[in-house]
Structures are given as structure tokens and as C-alpha cells.
Ligand binder design. Structure first.
Ligand code: APR
Ligand code: PHB
Length: 410
């Protein structure tokens, strides 16, 4: 076994086709695929990562930035905690404000004893890339026309094109970590999968600015819509506001964004927000999505390839990591001769956590956003729920437990 890379050129199957062999072909070089490949390498299992975009593109994507306590532990356990512990911001909960009412704080440390971390996905992707490259890991980027074959047999393979040339990877397993638009999920027979989906009638307009963030993350529920103040590091703030799906970036010059953001916070918080030129601005739709099961023969899905959550609660990246924890454990046990108990239970086990986060993200989204077709009854019920959450110790504890993240199953 070559734990460093895993590429062996074993000749050609068709004219001009280069053939490689590895144990696990990982489709997608986002956080899920890179972390899986990294953990497999630590355990002596070979993998090759296939990524359709360029390394530069993958590295600059800006996504969520709050890590559950379990994700923090996982990154530390696999040797990826050093920069996170240095540059990340320990996160012991989040504040919630809603129109006309004071701020309350969901204290995750107090209720769970666990500590979370604000550390951006962009930095995590850099760390993962650096670790794979330092270990001589094989990440083939800018590949086209990826196709999965032989999924129900013992020897699946993947074909693709790189620099216009046909290539092929023979492997034992395929990990589908290729996100929401990937090829892995559609490679499962449609008749065997069940899709659950909810589309929300609004988007999030997000900005990054090189300004000092507020001390805490602050979620706001306001008649003008949801807002969130988040952070990446002491000089990098991340803010979001609920916007219309018809809005375009051009509709939101910086000045209008800051004014709208501040209008959704009570004055003492609005006054503390330090504004400045934004360095990134984007609009994202919100969607809940689960495709079951997460396994078909020798193909295993992980991360956004199998499920999406609306960003409220920051569960997307954390779910990708818990999938990878379960999948890496299952594959390692298989290769160490421990049997296939974890491979066989992977889909059910991962989906239990997925559904938990789906429900929490949906609940937080409903609690804090205004929906265009809300009735007065809906709004009064929402306010009552916020009121109960603000005053009940039990409600605080329940949200803290879920926000900090449920433990991984053994
Ligand atoms: N072949 C190879 N790679 C592909 C293909 C394909 N056909 N289709 C997509 N990809 C790549 C994408 O370019 C992307 O780099 O797969 C990768 C998937 O990465 P992500 O979309 O980041 O998904 P995942 O790794 O599951 O990360 C989990 O958590 O915060 C959330 O949604 C956020 O990205 C985040 C996710
Ligand atoms: C973020 O920092 O991007 C973030 C934080 C908390 C959320 C969603 C996104 O609930």
C-alpha cells in the first residue's frame, strides 16, 4: 500500500485511456472530500480526489463559519486543529434579539460544557489542502465528464477527462462528496432514492467586511426580516440579511446594506456595528433537502451531495464532517479486517444526524424569518415562541444542546 498517494498506472483499457488504481475514489474536493481523504490517509487507506473546479476556485469559496464542538474535536483529533486554535474565535453560544425586545444569550458552554469555534470554511479548506499536499495526496482538479460505473459490483470504477484526455480510476469504493450539483447522487437509480425538499421564499444577502465584528454572534428576528452578525477573525466580519429572491447584488450598494442591517437590530447593537467597504457580497437561496438512502452498492454519499440545510444554525459544514467521521470509520474498519458493520449502518446512522439538523435548521429559519404569506396568527405564534425561548431555562438548554451539536454515535 502506498499511503502517500495511491496512484498506480496500470496500463490502458481503451485507446489513450490512462488507468489508475486506488482503494477509495473520492468525487469532490470540498471540505467533505478533502477531510475524508485526509483521515483515510492517516489510517493507511489510499484515495484519489477528483475535483471538477480549479484549486484556486475551491480555495476562495466563502461559506459558513461556525463549528460544532464535535467538528472542533474531529479537526483536532486528525491533526488539523493548530491554525484553528490560533486564529479561530472560541464560540460559547449566540445571542438572539427580536423587534422591541432585549437580547438573550444561548449559552452553549453553560448548558453543554462544550466549546464551539468560529472559524471559516475558507480557512478550513486551506488547511485541508495543505495537509493533503504535504502528505503527497492525490487531488486531480479541473476534471470533466466524471462518470461512475459498476456501483453494485465488487470493483467499481470512475471515468473522467483531464486536459482533454480520457482517464479511469479502478477502486474498491466511491465516496460521493461532490455537493449539491454533483454527479454521484444522480448516479443512484432514481427509483431507489427518496427525496425530501423544502424551498424557502427568500434568500440571504451576505457580505464580508474587513471590520472588527461584534463580540458575539447575534441573530435578529425583525418585521423587516432576519439578520445575522457573525465573524471570521478579529478584523473580518460576516453579516447577512434576509432578502427577496428577486433582489440582485446591484440592488444592494454597501450604504443600503449597512442601513438595512442596522435597522433590524436594537439601537445599542446597531450602534456597535462597525461598517466599512464590503469585500464580498452574494445572495444565496435557502433550501432544505435530503436524499435517502446515502448508499448504493459501493457508492457512499457524504455532505451536500446527500443533503442541504438552510444556513440558519450553521449546520451544513458540521453535517458534512459528521458524515465523513462515520464514513471514514466504516472504511477503515473494513480495511483493517473489522468487518462491514459500520459500512452497512452508514446510511441509517448518518441520516439520524442529518434529520436532526434538518429539523433544527428548519425550526430556526421559521423562528427568525418573515415569510411573505405569514398570517397574523403565524407571527403571533412566532413571537410567543421567541418569548418562551427567552425566558425558559429548559428551552435555552434544549437549543444549546442542539446548536453545540449532538454527539456522534458509537
Ligand atoms: N466531479 C468532481 N467534483 C465535483 C463534481 C463532479 N461532477 N461536481 C461538483 N464537484 C465538486 C465541487 O466543485 C465542490 O468543490 O465537489 C465539491 C463539493 O464541495 P461542497 O459543495 O463544498 O460540499 P461538501 O464538501 O459536502 O461541503 C459541505 O457545508 O457549509 C456547507 O454547503 C456548505 O460547502 C459546504 C458544505
Ligand atoms: C456564518 O458565520 O457564516 C454563519 C454563522 C451562523 C449561522 C449561519 C452562518 O447560523
Amino acid at each position: 500500500m502506498d499511503p502517500g498517494g495511491g496512484v498506480g498506472y496500470s496500463g490502458s483499457r481503451s485507446i489513450g485511456e490512462r488507468v489508475m488504481r486506488t482503494q477509495v475514489a473520492v468525487i469532490g474536493g470540498g471540505p467533505a472530500g478533502l477531510l475524508l481523504s485526509h483521515i483515510l490517509h492517516l489510517e493507511g487507506v489510499e484515495s484519489i480526489v477528483l475535483e471538477s473546479r480549479s484549486k484556486a476556485h475551491v480555495m476562495k469559496r466563502i461559506r459558513a463559519g461556525v463549528l460544532e464542538a464535535g467538528s472542533v474535536k474531529l479537526l483536532r483529533d486528525v491533526g488539523l486543529g493548530e491554525r484553528m486554535d490560533r486564529e479561530g474565535h472560541v464560540h460559547d453560544g449566540a445571542a438572539i434579539v427580536w423587534a422591541g425586545h432585549g437580547r438573550f444569550f444561548i449559552d452553549t458552554r453553560k448548558y453543554t460544557g462544550k466549546r464551539m469555534m468560529a472559524y471559516g470554511q475558507t480557512a478550513i479548506t486551506e488547511d485541508l489542502y495543505a495537509a493533503r499536499e504535504a502528505a503527497g495526496g492525490e487531488i486531480l482538479d479541473e476534471v470533466d465528464d466524471v462518470e461512475l460505473h459498476g456501483l453494485t459490483g465488487a470493483s467499481p470504477h470512475v471515468t473522467f477527462e483531464r486536459e482533454g484526455r480520457p482517464e479511469r480510476i479502478d477502486c474498491d469504493f466511491i465516496a460521493g462528496c461532490d455537493g449539491k450539483h454533483g454527479v454521484s447522487r444522480p448516479s443512484m437509480p432514481a427509483g431507489l432514492t427518496k427525496v425530501y425538499e423544502k424551498v424557502y421564499p427568500f434568500g440571504w444577502l451576505g457580505v464580508m467586511s474587513e471590520t472588527p465584528p461584534l463580540e458575539d454572534l447575534v441573530y435578529a428576528s425583525h418585521p423587516r426580516g432576519f439578520a445575522l452578525a457573525s465573524q471570521r477573525n478579529p478584523m473580518l466580519s460576516r453579516y447577512y440579511i434576509q432578502c427577496s429572491l428577486d433582489d440582485r447584488i446591484e440592488d444592494w450598494p454597501d450604504e443600503r446594506f449597512w442601513e438595512e442591517l442596522k435597522s433590524r437590530y436594537p439601537s445599542e447593537i446597531a450602534d456597535a456595528i462597525v461598517t466599512g467597504p464590503t469585500i464580498e457580497k452574494s445572495i444565496a437561496p435557502l433550501r432544505s433537502f435530503v436524499s435517502e438512502p446515502m448508499r448504493y452498492g459501493r457508492l457512499f454519499l457524504a455532505g451536500d451531495a446527500a443533503h442541504l440545510v438552510p444556513p440558519t444554525g450553521a449546520k451544513g459544514l458540521n453535517l458534512a464532517f459528521s458524515d465523513v467521521f462515520y464514513l471514514s470509520r466504516a472504511l477503515v474498519e473494513h480495511y483493517k479486517g473489522g468487518g462491514d458493520r459500520y459500512l452497512d449502518s452508514y446510511s441509517d446512522m448518518a441520516l439520524r444526524r442529518v434529520w436532526h439538523c434538518e429539523r433544527l435548521s428548519w425550526w430556526m429559519t421559521n423562528l427568525m424569518h418573515r415569510f411573505p404569506d405569514d398570517t397574523e396568527f403565524d407571527q403571533r405564534s412566532r413571537e410567543n415562541e421567541l418569548e418562551f425561548l427567552s425566558m425558559s431555562d429548559h428551552a435555552h438548554a434544549a437549543l444549546a444542546e442542539q446548536y453545540a451539536g449532538l454527539p456522534y454515535e458509537s
